[in-house]
Design a protein. Structure first.
Length: 52
């Protein structure tokens, strides 16, 4: 799973496709999760979970 902000969602989706060769699953975080989760590519709050 990759936690990412809106800015990096395409990058995260590309990484899942490249690593696992499957279509990624995109889920939006709840308001509570957003407050405590940081994007893996920058310091912004994460908005999405990208998983395989």
């Amino acid at each position: 799973m990759i936690y990412c902000c809106k800015e990096h969602v395409e990058l995260a989706m590309d990484i899942v496709v490249d690593e696992y060769e499957v279509a990624p699953v995109l889920e939006q975080l709840t308001e509570e999760q957003r407050l405590s989760t940081i994007c893996e590519y920058c310091e912004n709050n994460a908005t999405y979970i990208v998983a395989n």
